[in-house]
Design a protein around this ligand. Structure first.
Ligand code: 4AD
Ligand code: MG
Length: 431
C-alpha cells in the first residue's frame, strides 16, 4: 500500500493507496456510501460498499459529518461516466475526528457571514481555487523577474517616512524615536538596492489606511515592487508588459482546473496576451470627456473612467505621462513637458481597473529637492533617499503590482476580498 495524494491518483490505478484528508460531502443509499474526499491537492469520490467494509466500520463511516478528518485506504480506478475523473473503492476508513456540525454550505450565505467564518470558508472549492491561483501568480512573477536579472531585495515594513503621500499612513509609536509608519510600498528602499545590485524586487505586505469601501481596496495587500538602474520610461513599460503577459500564460497553462471552478472566461484571458495599448493621460482625458466623463485636464481617473477606457479593449491599457500634481513626488518630470511626469498606470481589461503603478524616477538631486519642498515634505527623514542622487545617480525606473488586483482579474471574481487569505478592510479585522 502506498501513501499518496489525490492529485497523484492516476499513477496508482488498480493498486491499494492511502489518502489523508477531509470529507467534502457524504451521502448513503442502502449498502453504499459515497464520500467526496478532499486532501488539499484535489478531490475525488470514494465509495464504500457495506459487505466489503463490514457492518461496524460501515456504521462508523455513515456517522461521518461534513469536514470530518479521515484516512482512507482504497483502490482507485477510472470513473465510469466522467473521463479524466477517478473513483476509489474504499477498503478501510480511519476516522481522525468527527467534525461538529459545519456552519458553511447547507444554505446560501451572505458575504458578512462568510467573512466572519473566513478561517473555515477557505476550504470551499472556490476559495481553494483562488488560493491556488494566488500561489501560481506569485511564483510566475518571481520566476519572470529571476529570469530577467532581478534580485530579491527585502524592503522594511516599519519606516520613518511615507512613500505614497501622508493621507493613507498607518502610524505607530516607535520607542524613543517618535513616529514610525507601516510601509505603503518598498519602492524608495528598492532605489537604494539598484545602486548595489542593478535590478531588484521586493514582495510583501504593504498598508494603506484608505477609507475606501470599494471592491478594489484592501488596507493590507501584497505588492511586488521592481526597480532597475539605467532603465527609462519606455523600457519600464516593456518590462511590465512582458511580466503581465507571462503571468497570463502561466495561469492559463497551470491553472486550468482552478479557472474552470471559478467559471473564468479563459478566452478573454487568452486574448489579453497580445501587445498592450498605450495612451497619454491627455489622450485618455479627451477620450473620456467625449464619452461624457466629468474628468478634468488635471484629474485622476475615477473607477468608471477606468472601465470606460478599457471597455473596447481585449488587452490592458497603459495610461502614461501624467500631470505632475496628481502623481507622487519621486516621478521624473517629462523632458518634453515640465508639467508632466514619466509615470504610467496599467489598467486591466474587463473593468478590473489599475493593476500597476510605475514611473521613471527623478534622478536629479536639485529637481527632486525642490519638488519635495513644493509639496511641503519634511526633508530630514528622506535624506538617505536624496543621497542616492548625489553619489552616482543614474536614470532608473520601476513599478509596483498589486498582487490581489492582479488575482482578481485572473480569477474573474467580483471582489478583491476573496483573493487574500485574511482580508483587511476598514470595517473588518476578524478573524
Ligand atoms: O499605484 P501605487 O500606489 O504605486 C506605488 O505604490 C509605487 N510606489 C509602486 C512602485 O512604483 N514601485 O500602488 C501600486 C499598485 C496599484 O496599481 C494597485 O494595483 C495596488 O498597488 N493597490 C492596491 N491594491 C489593493 N488595495 C489597495 N488599497 C491598493 N492601493 C494600491
Ligand atoms: Mg496608482
Amino acid at each position: 500500500m502506498t501513501d499518496t495524494c489525490v492529485k497523484d491518483i492516476p499513477a496508482h490505478l488498480g493498486k491499494e493507496i492511502r489518502l489523508k484528508g477531509w470529507v467534502r460531502n457524504i451521502r448513503h443509499s442502502g449498502k453504499l456510501l459515497f464520500i467526496i474526499f478532499r486532501d488539499g491537492s484535489g478531490e475525488v469520490q470514494a465509495v464504500a460498499f457495506k459487505p466489503d467494509l463490514g457492518d461496524d466500520l460501515f456504521e462508523q463511516a455513515k456517522r461521518l459529518t461534513l469536514e470530518s478528518s479521515l484516512i482512507i485506504t482504497g483502490i482507485p480506478k477510472q470513473h465510469q461516466k466522467l473521463t479524466g475523473s477517478y473513483e476509489i473503492s474504499i477498503t478501510g476508513i480511519e476516522v481522525v475526528q468527527y467534525a461538529d456540525e459545519y456552519p458553511i454550505g447547507k444554505k446560501e450565505h451572505g458575504p458578512d457571514f462568510l467573512l466572519s467564518n473566513r478561517h473555515l470558508w477557505l476550504r470551499s472549492s472556490k476559495q481553494w481555487a483562488i488560493l491556488r491561483l494566488r500561489h501560481a501568480v506569485y511564483f510566475a512573477i518571481c520566476n519572470y523577474l529571476n529570469d530577467h536579472g532581478f534580485f530579491r531585495f527585502d524592503s522594511p515594513i516599519l519606516t520613518p517616512n511615507a512613500c505614497e503621500g501622508t493621507t493613507t499612513l498607518f502610524e505607530l509609536d516607535y520607542f524613543d524615536e517618535g513616529k514610525a509608519y507601516l510601509s505603503q510600498s518598498g519602492q524608495l528602499y528598492l532605489e537604494t538596492g539598484i545602486m548595489s545590485l542593478g535590478r531588484v524586487y521586493d514582495f510583501g505586505p504593504v498598508f494603506r489606511a484608505e477609507r475606501s469601501k470599494t471592491r478594489k481596496h484592501l488596507t493590507e495587500f501584497w505588492m511586488m515592487d521592481a526597480e532597475a538602474a539605467y532603465v527609462e520610461h519606455d523600457e519600464n513599460m516593456q518590462i511590465q508588459e512582458g511580466l503581465i503577459r507571462y503571468v497570463i500564460r502561466t495561469v492559463l497553462d497551470k491553472c486550468a482546473s482552478e479557472l474552470k471552478i471559478l467559471e473564468r472566461d479563459t478566452e478573454r484571458l487568452r486574448r489579453a496576451d497580445a501587445p498592450f495599448k498605450r495612451m497619454t493621460h491627455a489622450e485618455a482625458v479627451a477620450f473620456l470627456q467625449a464619452k461624457g466623463s466629468g474628468i478634468t485636464r488635471h484629474g485622476d481617473l475615477g473607477a468608471q473612467d477606468e472601465v470606460t477606457l478599457t471597455a473596447d479593449s481585449d488587452v490592458p491599457v497603459f495610461v502614461e505621462r501624467w500631470p505632475k500634481e496628481i502623481k507622487a513626488f519621486y516621478m521624473k518630470r517629462d523632458p518634453a513637458n515640465p508639467d508632466l511626469v514619466l509615470g504610467n498606470d496599467l489598467l486591466a481589461p474587463e473593468g478590473f481597473g489599475e493593476i500597476i503603478g510605475g514611473s521613471q524616477r527623478e534622478d536629479d538631486h536639485d529637481l527632486l529637492l525642490s519638488r519635495m519642498k513644493a509639496e511641503n515634505m519634511p526633508i530630514e527623514p528622506y535624506q538617505w533617499f536624496l543621497d542616492l542622487r548625489k553619489y552616482g545617480s543614474v536614470p532608473h525606473s520601476g513599478f509596483g503590482i498589486g498582487l490581489e488586483r492582479l488575482i482578481t482579474w485572473m480569477s474573474g471574481i467580483h471582489h478583491i476580498r476573496e483573493t487574500i487569505p485574511f482580508p483587511r478592510m476598514i470595517y473588518r479585522i476578524y478573524p
